[in-house]
Design a protein around this ligand. Structure first.
Ligand code: ADP
Length: 477
């Protein structure tokens, strides 16, 4: 097998590759991927630093053309890249192709944004002076990504970074280097100058930490765990650099007595179990008012019986495997914790085997949970969901907001009054009415509050807040 190498200063480099294993079939090696050392990472940062002056002054047409070419190629190869994604991460093929299409759309969006860069010209409060307000790229951006969206998250960080004139050192998650390698290869062939985008695959403790410790990295955008996010924050404060964090969630989905039962069940099943519950916007807390509680639990349980857990590439699979053995152990540990805490296991809970060896777990539903249990407070990141019974809307809202996190939230209701009140009072960055808590557009802001996020929003035109710095220039007429 050929080794997929790192890209440093425009050259592919690195010899010994580690295996990328398919969680749907652990006998399958998806590919071999080089591991960058501390010195490789430092060389990548130096290359990005050297490339910044020219790239930050490059024409907007050049940036547009490269980003557009990348978007077009990803779309043209959506089936092949989607299959690669499904093989390395384990989400189902339709989900993986959908994510690939989204990555393409993000590049198309920022190709357009490159042509819309603009500033402001305003009068000075002093006579005969003009004031211009413009945005400039920050410099070298460190991009550190997680395993759960192997192509969309790299796309939504790399595309705006390049659009606004930054250069990049990109470190993908250890478990899913294949899609990252593919989009770096696409951008490289699309004509990026040497050093503008550098790929350094490898360990967080080696590659990631070197990025954190470098005084030459002007900004870090990170998506991953709360623990690592705190390290990114501490190191960034030390270096007086800008940083942006997307971390965990414990997203509530409220179901009110007046909800359309079908809508509520579809939204809850999607929120909790699709993509194997491995989305930071997944909902693992279903907060249900007592009038609809029993009907809702019965209907959701019936729905779970119809969901097929199997190999991600198999037609008809609804839920792919858990991403790896470590995450499967975490999920099983939380199922045990839920039982010990006194929640009732209403469905699932078992590891299952399929034709191919993989990390298959039944969708798991707890009922009679309280919001104080660990399964209601801590992010599990698996197909494990709890139902919390509440008296009325007021208790539902208070319970929904009683969490250290604040990424997304949802409500199923036919009441305009409650929907409006919830949109206004839910302490989350993204609020969904009669929709799953996960599944967002690519052209509008993404992000949360409280323990979920730090810094400006990602995606859409709001991305400029992180990837640029503002300059105010005064000229005597
Ligand atoms: P998860 O538990 O979901 O894998 P992590 O926060 O560990 O979440 O991983 C998210 C990303 O952060 C990965 O690319 C990982 O390699 C990286 N990472 C882990 N440890 C560090 C670190 N000390 N410094 C920088 N990046 C790190």
């Amino acid at each position: 097998m050929t080794v997929h190498q790192n890209l440093i200063a425009g050259e592919w480099t690195g010899a010994n590759g580690v295996e990328n294993i398919n969680p749907s079939d652990t006998n399958e090696v998806v590919g071999l991927y080089a591991q960058a050392s501390v010195d490789d990472t430092k060389a990548a940062i130096a290359a990005a630093k050297a490339a910044f002056p020219a790239w930050s002054r490059s024409g907007i047409w050049e940036r547009h053309v490269i980003l557009k070419k990348a978007g077009d190629e990803i779309m043209a190869r959506k089936d092949e890249l989607g299959a690669l994604l499904a093989r390395e991460e384990g989400k189902t093929l339709p989900e993986a192709i959908g994510e690939t299409i989204r990555a393409s759309q993000i590049f198309e969006f920022f190709a357009g944004e490159a042509l819309r860069l603009a500033g402001e010209v305003v009068p000075s409060v002093r006579p005969n002076i003009g004031v211009e307000i413009t945005r400039e790229g920050l410099g070298v951006i460190g991009i550190i990504t997680p395993w759960n969206f192997p192509i969309a998250i790299p796309a939504w960080k790399i595309a705006p970074a390049l659009c606004y004139g930054n250069t990049v050192v990109f470190k993908p998650a250890e478990l899913v280097p294949a899609c990252s390698w593919a989009i770096v290869d696409i951008l490289h062939r699309a004509g990026l100058p040497k050093g503008v985008l550098n790929l350094v695959m490898g360990k967080g403790s080696v590659v990631g930490q070197t990025i954190l410790d470098s005084p030459d990295v002007a900004g870090i955008t990170f998506t991953g765990s709360t623990g690592t996010g705190k390290r990114v924050a501490a190191a960034s404060v030390e270096h007086n650099r800008k940083f942006q964090l997307e971390m965990g969630g414990k997203n509530p989905m409220v179901v009110l007595d007046d909800a359309d039962l079908t809508v509520a069940v579809e939204a809850a099943a999607n929120s909790g179990f699709f993509s194997t519950g491995q989305r930071c916007t997944a909902s693992s807390r279903l907060i249900v008012t007592e009038g609809i509680h029993d009907k809702f639990v019965a209907a959701l349980t019936e729905k779970l019986k119809t969901l097929v857990v199997d190999n991600a590439l198999k037609a008809g699979t609804h839920i792919g495997p858990v991403v790896d053995e470590r995450q499967l152990k975490t999920d099983i540990d939380y199922i045990e914790i839920g039982k010990t805490e006194g929640a009732k296991l209403a469905f699932g809970g078992e590891v299952i085997s399929r034709d191919t060896p993989g990390f298959y777990l039944q969708p798991t539903l707890f009922t009679e949970a309280t919001n104080q249990m660990r399964i209601s407070r801590e992010e599990i990141f698996g197909p494990v969901v709890s139902v919390i019974r509440v008296k009325d809307y007021d208790e539902a809202l208070a319970t929904a907001n009683d969490t250290p996190f604040g990424l997304s939230s949802g409500i199923a209701t036919t009441s305009l009054k409650h929907a409006t009140h919830f949109k206004r009072n839910s302490e989350a960055g993204m609020v969904m009415v009669n929709l799953p808590t996960a599944g967002v557009d690519f052209h509008v802001p993404f992000g949360g509050r409280k323990g979920s996020s730090y810094g400006p929003r990602e995606q859409g035109k709001y991305a400029a807040e992180f990837y640029t710095t503002v300059k105010t220039a005064y000229t005597l007429a």
